[in-house]
Ligand binder design. Structure first.
Ligand code: FES
Length: 98
């Protein structure tokens, strides 16, 4: 287990390491978009990782290619559906809401 803090609400959840951010956010009842159901095809689950980037899975080509098509990405950008949680606490900022 690890800790996932969600901005802007500031809610903190105990979540399972080894699951994707999308799975963890949905299980926690957080309002995260996922229009392609986690296939890296829509970009709607784009969020910023504010803390804990090093504990997350590395960006793979599929995620990188989708991020390249989005407006407003930065060094903290990840796709929640492609990002697997590690064992350290993470803080994410949701950018769009369901
Ligand atoms: S849910 Fe579509 S890219 Fe993540």
């Amino acid at each position: 287990m690890t800790t996932l803090t969600v901005l802007p609400s500031g809610h903190t959840h105990e979540v399972a390491a080894g699951t994707t951010l999308l799975q963890a956010l949905m299980a926690a009842g957080e309002p995260v978009n996922h229009k392609c159901d986690g296939q890296a095809k829509c970009g709607s689950c784009h969020l910023f990782v504010q803390e804990g980037r090093k504990t997350l899975s590395k960006i793979q080509k599929l995620e990188n290619d989708m991020l390249d098509t989005l407006v407003g990405i930065g060094s903290k950008s990840r796709l929640a559906c492609q990002t697997v949680l590690g064992t350290e606490p993470v803080t994410v900022e949701l950018l769009s809401f369901v």
